[in-house]
Design a protein around this ligand. Structure first.
Ligand SMILES: [Zn+2]
Ligand SMILES: [Zn+2]
Length: 421
């Protein structure tokens, strides 16, 4: 899409990163956001909250990593013995039992990704201070790519579910680590809602410093609309109208995920040994057992997170890809909604794996009561990763490729204001 008009007017125009529609930049109040009138993508947040506020929150988060990771978040009394659980202890037990992939996945989503995002906010501030381009570029890359993998909220829900599952076997005590985790969650949510990579690039070099004759392409890294070229004039990342091989990559991840979903559901994901009895549970039989034990609420949560979410992601993305292939000319907005939902729900399927790691930390006591993951859990971890990668490799601008504006005089484009989520 090419846009040509007088250069002085052009500084106020930007291409939407979701559908490449040229939109006028207008002032939006603090606490509100501007959304694309056509596809609904969030374009920018209103007001100018200080970047130093982000720095303070990021430093708070980094400090909170200590209590949340090195103090017990739960303890149980089993056979008169107190067993504590810290976040790393579950991961270490998984690792020692040979489930290295699961250990890494849990560690990555619960600890490494949040830690790297918070540390990158701090290093982005250092980079701005020192005018260090490379440091700024890599810090913002980490923030942009890892923020979807920050899953402390999912982990907290998993702690609650583990408590319900264990209440029949033992007394449960809450530890300092849990308060640390809750505070860490609150501050990371605050941080992620405030941090925008665009704002950091704006602080490095402001949009209005560039005068373009026309704007043809939008840089998805620093959100500068500019003429066609090889690399972005501001952040030096390759400029692409569409992510390279986006459709092929998304198909590949989706096909692999739809194969892995069978072993994930058919092979047991957890094995519980109690009083010499061996209880093997698949995802589905686990849900059924929860209903039988009168925990229907938890059963619904697990059913939605572990069965509905992965299937819905695969079907939703496959539908979008097929609609692009067959050039469907209606319901673009609905497909964009599906894309937003698929991106948002993705992380919740990690819940069952977090529950497994918490159970590993607490219940690993040899003959009388023992808990290990089954290989179904590994297949399920593969499904989670593949569906996350599928959603991330998809470029939503493809959805709008065959969109036709209604005939008649072109409407003046205005941005909607709406409360920030
Ligand atoms: Zn748009
Ligand atoms: Zn750029």
């Amino acid at each position: 899409m090419s846009l040509q008009s007088h250069p002085s007017q052009l500084t106020k125009v930007r291409l939407c990163q979701g559908c490449e529609l040229p939109v006028d930049v207008i002032d939006v109040k603090q606490g509100r956001s501007a959304y694309c009138p056509r596809c609904g993508t969030q374009l920018y947040q209103g007001g100018t909250p200080s970047l130093s506020g982000n720095l303070a929150i990021a430093l708070t988060c980094l400090l909170l990593f200590i209590p949340s990771h090195f103090f017990n978040f739960l303890s149980i009394r089993l056979f008169g013995q107190m067993i504590p659980a810290t976040l790393p202890s579950g991961i270490i037990t998984l690792f020692n039992e040979g489930f290295i992939f699961l250990a890494f996945l849990v560690a990555f989503c619960a600890s490494i990704a949040p830690l790297m995002v918070c540390a990158s906010v701090v290093s982005a501030h250092i980079a701005l201070k020192l005018n260090a381009f490379k440091l700024l570029k890599s810090s913002l890359w980490v923030i942009q790519h890892l923020k979807h993998w920050v899953m402390i909220d999912v982990f907290l829900i998993s702690v609650a579910i583990s408590c319900f599952k264990l209440q029949d076997y033992s007394d449960i005590f809450v530890g300092v680590g849990l308060y640390g985790l809750i505070l860490l969650q609150l501050f990371t949510v605050l941080l992620l809602s405030r941090v925008s990579t665009r704002r950091y690039w704006e602080a490095y070099q402001h949009e209005t410093d560039y005068t373009f004759e026309h704007k043809d392409v939008h840089c998805t890294h620093c959100h500068l609309s500019q003429p066609n070229g090889h690399r972005c004039v501001r952040c030096q990342n390759p400029l692409e109208h569409r992510k390279a091989n986006s459709i092929q990559k998304t198909w590949a991840y989706l096909l692999a995920a739809s194969i892995a979903i069978f072993p994930a559901n058919l092979i047991p994901i957890s094995i519980l040994l109690t009083n010499g009895k061996r209880l093997e549970d698949t995802i589905f039989s686990g849900v059924a057992a929860l209903i039988k034990n009168g925990m229907s609420g938890i059963a619904v949560i697990i059913f939605v997170a572990s069965i509905v979410v992965p299937v819905a992601k695969i079907l939703g993305l496959a539908y979008i890809l097929l609609a692009i292939k067959f050039k469907r000319s209606v319901f673009h907005k609905q497909r964009m909604m599906i894309y937003f939902v698929v991106k948002w729900i993705g992380k919740w399927s990690m819940m069952d794996l977090f529950v497994i790691s918490i159970m590993m930390a607490l219940v690993d006591r040899g003959q009388i009561l023992d808990f290990t993951p089954g290989y179904g859990a590994v297949a399920f971890g593969v499904v989670v990763v593949l569906t996350m990668l599928a959603a991330e490799s998809f470029d939503p601008r493809f959805i709008w490729d065959n969109y036709r504006e209604d005939k008649g005089p072109k409407k003046k484009i205005k941005q909607q204001e709406s409360f920030n989520e």
